[in-house]
Design a protein around this ligand. Structure first.
Ligand code: PEP
Ligand code: MN
Length: 337
């Protein structure tokens, strides 16, 4: 439920209503703008009587939030959430580019790719250290050693690091050395993991599950938000359909839909969506045009010998030319790269 206070309502009146709402047993969140004050109620609102609330002079209107996600709902926060990672902004008028290999393989590999993507204009470096692989016999990532190498790449380039967390056990190490924690598609509904990253105060990229609806994605985000971490970035990375030419089907319509339903930033991962390197450019451009807040792109210096996802990785020169096209498109769309 949302309670919109009348503009210019006195602070004492706002406080009085807040106390009353808390007494009725719900969690009260303040949503404040230049000219408005809104209360967002979470939890059990059974005891809140909208008619009695409207009898208060300062109350303008009471809105029922029908959607099961509350904090993620745009009704709770009309303005876009903008996540700031060491000056790299995701959300609002910014278009963020995160690039790097599927997995960290060696110091030379990760630092070389980091320098190349930085030179092309990427703002953040991705690299998997713990890899969720379909087969237990596939390369599982370098683990903590991979995080050490990402740290070296960051020292050399200054690029903040994005890496996937698969287990709560590794959370303390990620809190120290990773700038954005990625929750992968396979873990989108790992609720214990979501609650754990909800308790920290670091940005989280939450990828859409392989067969998840938009509502399920927003409810997964709600798990993180409900624990107090408000720095959530959603990621559309394609969903399973009957089509097999592409690895997944990029649900481009999810972007404007999510932007309408929620204030959270949404980025697109065209690499895992298409699954083929030459699809990355058109899908990344489409993402920008439909209003995404950024893209996350796999880049590898030697895709043929990559330990993971070489077929969908761009070589640094292809990535650089994609960046040039994205910069031109961003200008037309009124976005800042
Ligand atoms: C990845 O980003 O490397 C990855 C495994 O992605 P997803 O969870 O979307 O499959
Ligand atoms: Mn990958």
């Amino acid at each position: 439920m949302i309670i919109v206070m009348k503009p210019r309502t006195k602070q004492e009146e706002i406080e009085r209503i807040r106390v009353r709402l808390s007494q009725l047993g719900c969690e009260v969140r303040d949503i404040k703008g230049l000219n408005y004050h809104i209360f967002g109620l979470i939890g059990n609102t059974n005891l809140v009587d909208p008619d009695r609330l409207l009898a208060n002079e300062g109350v303008e209107k009471v809105i029922h939030v029908q959607e099961p996600y509350k904090i993620a709902n745009r009704l709770f926060q009309p303005e876009d959430t903008i996540v700031d990672i060491e000056g790299q902004k995701i959300g609002g008028e910014n278009f963020a580019v995160i690039a790097g290999p599927c997995s960290v393989e060696s110091e030379e590999q990760i630092t070389g790719i980091a320098q190349a993507v930085k030179a092309a204009g990427a703002g953040l470096l991705r690299g998997g250290a713990f890899k969720p692989r379909t087969s237990p016999y596939s390369f599982q990532g370098l683990g903590e050693d991979g995080l050490d190498l990402l740290k070296i790449a960051k020292e050399k380039t200054g690029l903040p690091i994005v890496s996937e967390l698969m287990s709560v056990e590794h959370l303390p190490r990620f809190c120290q050395d990773v700038d954005i924690i990625q929750i992968g598609a396979r873990n989108m509904q790992n609720y214990e993991l979501l609650k754990a990253v909800g308790q920290i105060r670091k940005p989280v990229i939450l990828k859409r599950g392989l067969s998840s609806t938009i509502e399920e994605l927003l409810l997964a985000a709600e798990y993180i938000l409900a624990q107090g971490n408000d720095q959530v970035i959603l990621c559309e990375r394609g969903i399973r359909t009957f089509e097999h030419f592409t690895r997944n089907t990029l649900d481009l319509s999810a972007i404007p839909v999510i932007k309408k339903l929620s204030h959270l930033p949404v980025i697109v991962d065209p690499s895992h969506a298409g699954g083929i390197w030459w699809l990355v450019e058109p899908l990344a451009k489409a993402a920008l045009v439909v209003g995404a807040d950024g893209v996350m792109i796999e880049v590898h210096n030697d895709p043929v010998n990559a330990k993971c996802d070489g077929q969908q990785s761009l070589k640094p020169d292809k990535f650089a030319s994609l960046m040039d096209s994205l910069k031109d498109l961003a200008q037309i769309q009124g976005k800042k790269i």
